[in-house]
Design a protein around this ligand. Structure first.
Ligand code: IMP
Length: 431
């Protein structure tokens, strides 16, 4: 198998974890390149359910090596818990998990600052996951943060440096937010213990990824969140703080563009968003509730109810274009199985005009109203379909329409949560 990048095409939660899991059995590496424990990838294997936040889902395949790339912000407390939980279920992790020394270390004060900032913003809050992501990236960008490589420092130096950082965060906590300071010495001591746990996994990514660079080993790049949450290209300011689009795969691993291979966008057959911010094709009230119930749309990280709506072609085309997607995978088609009719937003109405190009100015998007095209539902189960011809004709028609409008092949369709519930089609869905 050649290299491949998996990118969320919407607002995250597109089902990337399942796709990465399905595709990673044949690769040498799975590389995560951005974000942190804000991500929540759920994978179902038989009766077992795994929810992973930091560790790529590829870890569930024996022999696959995983890297937490330099573009990530890593909370070592969460990382330890995740490793121990996997080990308790019999998965061997520590020999196959590598952590880039250049990744940013996410500390408990980042989480606290995230919560306090959100509370202060009140109705203007972003609706973050509360995992400290924004404050940790802020520390990186303003060049004050610790990095995972710092965990390799001699103990006294690490402890001293950590205390320094916690005390300076405490100044912000008490002076700006009037909040309790964090116990600097206790946390620094905990960090020293965690450092011993994590240090054997910390690597120089330039070294370990040499075979990928040279083409003797293969890699799957696992994106977290989605295109519309990208810090530069998403619905700013209601976004996350990293590049969840294609550029993040390069900066977050240090690999050159020529190794990327196929770029696959993952899209749900409808659309969801968790947190605040514009969502033109959102369904409010009972219709939204029905879709949420059918799709089990509750966040894997925070348990929050996701906002639900119809497939949005305007933002999806934008996602295909800016990432250079070479193929897309549609997930959760089965969630639409009982719907009598299905809508797709094909354009937006903006100030009397009808537009089909995604408006980049954040003040415009909340004023956009969706223009829908309606499709007949298929009202038949698709969960046992494994080939395109097994799908009801109306479902194929819906997929063919999406393929034509997205301008790129649909190479996979997921019809259930299990690994095996997939239809793969290298030549697209249009016959
Ligand atoms: P943060 O990444 O926790 O700062 O949250 C910023 C925004 O991104 C919020 O709207 C979150 O709900 C959203 N977000 C962050 N991670 C995910 C994810 O993995 N799936 C879906 N939404 C996410």
């Amino acid at each position: 198998m050649e290299n491949r990048v998996i990118i969320g095409g919407q607002w995250g939660d597109e089902g990337k974890g399942k796709i990465v899991d399905a595709l990673s059995r044949d690769v040498d590496w799975v590389l995560r390149y951005q974000g942190g424990a804000n991500a929540g990838h759920t994978i179902h294997i038989g009766q077992e359910k795994h929810v992973l936040h930091l560790i790529p889902s590829g870890i569930l395949h024996e022999g696959v090596r995983c890297l937490l790339g330099g573009g990530m912000v890593i909370d070592p407390w969460s990382l330890r818990d995740e490793i121990l939980a996997l080990e308790q279920r019999g998965h061997e992790v520590r020999d196959r998990l590598h952590i880039s020394a250049t990744a940013t270390l996410l500390m408990p004060y980042h989480k606290r600052l995230d919560e306090l900032r959100e509370t202060r913003l009140k109705r203007k809050s972003i609706g973050t996951t509360g995992r400290g992501i924004g404050p940790a990236y802020l520390d990186k960008i303003q060049r004050t943060g610790l990095r995972m490589g710092d965990l390799l420092m001699p103990t006294e130096n690490l402890e001293r440096k950590a205390i320094e950082k916690i005390l300076s965060a405490n100044e912000i906590l008490s002076e700006f937010y009037d909040a309790e300071p964090l116990p600097a010495r206790v946390l620094a001591e905990e960090l020293v213990v965690l450092a011993q746990f994590v240090a054997p996994m910390v690597v120089n990514p330039y070294d370990v990824l040499r075979p990928v660079r040279e083409g003797t080993e293969t890699a799957l790049f696992e994106g977290a969140q989605g295109t519309m949450l990208d810090i530069d290209h998403g619905t700013f300011p209601f976004v996350t703080s990293s590049n969840s689009t294609i550029g993040g795969a390069l900066t977050g691993t240090g690999l050159p563009p020529r190794v990327l291979g196929d770029i696959n966008g993952i899209f749900k057959a409808y659309c969801t968003r968790v947190g605040n911010g514009p969502f033109p094709s959102e369904l409010l009230g009972e219709k939204g509730d029905a879709l949420r119930d059918a799709g089990g749309e509750y966040g894997a990280t925070t348990g929050r109810a996701r906002r639900c709506g119809w497939f949005d072609l305007v933002s999806a085309r934008y996602a295909v274009d800016i990432n250079g997607m070479t193929g897309v995978i549609i997930t959760k088609l089965d969630v639409l199985d009982d719907m009598a009719a299905i809508q797709v937003a094909t354009a937006y109405e903006l100030d009397e005009d009808e537009i089909t190009t995604y408006p980049v100015l954040s003040e415009a998007l909340p004023r956009c109203r969706p223009v829908y095209r309606e499709f007949a539902g298929w009202e038949k189960p698709t969960v046992d379909c494994r080939r395109l011809i097994d799908l009801p004709a109306a479902a194929r028609k819906y997929l063919e329409f999406l393929e034509r409008e997205l301008g790129t092949l649909i190479v996979g369709v997921s019809v259930g949560r299990d690994r095996e519930q997939m239809i793969w089609t290298e030549t697209g869905v249009t016959t």
